[in-house]
Design a binder for this molecule. Sequence first.
Ligand code: GDP
Length: 139
Amino acid sequence: MQRTLSIIKPDGVARGLIGQVVKRLEESGLTIIAMKMIHMTKAQAEGFYAVHRQRPFFGSLTDFMSSGPAVVMVLEGENAIARYRDLMGATNYKDAAEGTIRRDFATDIEKNVVHGSDAPETAAFEMGYFFNAFEITPR
Ligand code: GDP
């Protein structure tokens, strides 16, 4: 079993896509074991994306991620990190495979609706960034 962090980004929440994203997650067989809505400050978004600090889009990305509420979740399942990355699709929605969340809903390389951890180490950091042990409820 593996766990991964999922975020429905501010564009997804603002556009009323929470239900459609959650439906896809549940239908995929991944289990949502933690979930809450947050509105990150700019500093919290900068901390979350600290690995991207040197990238040219860091300022814009952290402005976007702190621009409104987001839904954060922990997903659990066998091979959950890769399975959820497959459901999300490529970072740039134009390159994302048919039927993926980003292909179907994203409007922009930055405003791409969802985030997912890319490795066990980043998943551990990202889950700990938003959830404490009491907020995670495995079945
Ligand atoms: P991810 O793991 O697929 O989310 O992609 P990355 O870790 O490479 O990038 C993190 C996030 O930064 C992406 O999900 C986008 O929201 C944003 N991003 C990535 N590349 C670009 C870019 O070239 N321009 C802008 N403006 N944002 C980007």
